[in-house]
Design a protein around this ligand. Structure first.
Ligand SMILES: NC(=O)c1ccc[n+]([C@@H]2O[C@H](COP(=O)([O-])OP(=O)(O)OC[C@H]3O[C@@H](n4cnc5c(N)ncnc54)[C@H](OP(=O)(O)O)[C@@H]3O)[C@@H](O)[C@H]2O)c1
Length: 133
């Protein structure tokens, strides 16, 4: 059975998913940033090809909102371009890519709870980089 590769495994969401995904039958390969920096596109392609995953779960993000404002290149590099690379790799490997969005894609001006189908309208670089991803 092809494995699940979990990227960002020591993050807030990633560490919860390490526990939750262990109950599945697919072997779980949790990866830390020092093992796989998603901004290094060629290395990501090489490493993921080695594992030949059925699922790639990406919880890696540059999400310190104020730092994203000061360094939008870094925000887009991690939250957008690296995700595009993961999507291309997933397609080539015939793997599913699971990527996580955020409430910051919305402007907060709505008068009811948002759904995934609502149009995004980010008001900062972090939200814009996640929408682009
Ligand atoms: N937590 C929430 O309440 C919440 C709410 C809504 C949406 N989300 C979304 O959930 C996702 C995960 O958020 P989180 O709260 O779990 O974030 P987090 O705790 O900051 O974890 C992010 C993880 O990404 C890793 N990472 C950062 N840059 C990387 C890179 N270039 N290459 C590889 N790994 C990298 C970090 O590694 P290091 O520790 O080594 O830096 C860390 O393991 C994000 O997309 C976020 O928008 C989270």
């Amino acid at each position: 059975m092809r494995p699940i590769v979990l990227i960002g495994a020591n993050g807030q969401l990633g560490s919860d998913l390490v526990i939750a995904l262990k109950s599945l039958r697919n072997p779980l390969i949790p990866l830390l940033r020092r093992q796989l920096d998603i901004r290094n596109h060629q290395n990501v392609r090489r490493v993921l090809a080695q594992y030949d995953p059925e699922f790639i779960v990406n919880t890696a993000a540059f999400h310190k909102v104020e730092e994203c404002e000061g360094d939008p290149d870094q925000a887009f590099s991690t939250n957008c371009l690296a995700v595009r690379n993961l999507a291309i790799i997933a397609e080539n490997l015939e793997a599913w890519l699971v990527h996580i969005s955020t409430d910051y894609v919305f402007d907060g001006a709505g008068d009811r709870p948002y759904t995934e189908d609502d149009n995004p309208n980010p008001i900062n670089s972090y939200g814009a980089s996640i929408v682009a991803g």
